[in-house]
Design a protein around this ligand. Structure first.
Ligand code: SF4
Length: 61
């Protein structure tokens, strides 16, 4: 799974970390994707991407 975050869009709201804490973590004012997220987290990561209010998350399998 490949997860990327456009930090020029991210507003640090924390929704992605709340939805998929095994994939995302807020560091400072932005979200970061944890290295090598578990494939089992794919659905949650997709949910987080869909819930991001500024469409900053890209998730590819
Ligand atoms: S949900 Fe989107 S805007 Fe909010 S912290 Fe995550 S990446 Fe940033």
């Amino acid at each position: 799974m490949n997860v990327s975050i456009d930090t020029s869009r991210c507003i640090g709201c924390g929704m992605c970390e709340y939805t998929a804490p095994g994939v995302f973590r807020i560091v400072g004012r932005f979200s970061t994707a944890l290295p090598d997220p578990d494939e089992a987290q794919y659905r949650r990561a997709r949910d987080a991407a869909n819930g991001c209010p500024v469409n900053a998350i890209s998730v590819k399998k």
